[in-house]
Design a protein around this ligand. Structure first.
Ligand SMILES: [Fe+2]
Ligand SMILES: [Fe+2]
Length: 133
């Protein structure tokens, strides 16, 4: 069973970014599966490294377009990215445990609801107007 499943409510209607958001869901589902099988701890470290890598390329991609198109919510959007970057580093530096795994999954779930579904969606019409699809 998947913890989070992709559906249209998550789409920003821009293929490159939707693909990257799907990778985040993939990381969460892998971690959730591992936790259910009692392998959460060993997979947690790998997931956190994957997340750090993900924040690098995904946030860089979004931020690059925002700067390129002179998006007026850039600063505010980037602050949310920076907060997630820091939070992931914070998790990465903790001793791994099931408690940490659950906390992290809850945190990422919340990120999808508040950032991907809201903050990211706010740039969608603007990016599309600039020609991204
Ligand atoms: Fe995003
Ligand atoms: Fe974003």
């Amino acid at each position: 069973m998947e913890m989070v499943r992709w559906d249209d409510s998550l789409s920003v209607q821009i293929e490159e970014i939707d693909e990257q958001h799907k990778q985040l869901l993939g990381l969460m589902n892998d971690l959730f599966d591992a936790m259910k099988k009692g392998e959460g701890r060993s997979v947690l470290e790998k997931t956190l490294d994957g997340l750090l890598e993900y924040t690098e390329y995904h946030f860089s991609a979004e931020e690059k377009y925002m700067r390129e198109f002179d998006y007026d919510e850039y600063e505010q959007h980037k602050n949310e990215h920076d907060a997630l970057r820091e939070e992931v580093l914070h998790y990465r530096n903790q001793l791994t445990s099931d408690r940490v795994t659950l906390d992290l999954l809850g945190f990422l779930w919340n990120w999808i609801q508040t950032h991907v579904k809201q903050t990211d969606k706010r740039y969608a019409p603007f990016f599309q107007e600039k020609g991204l699809k």
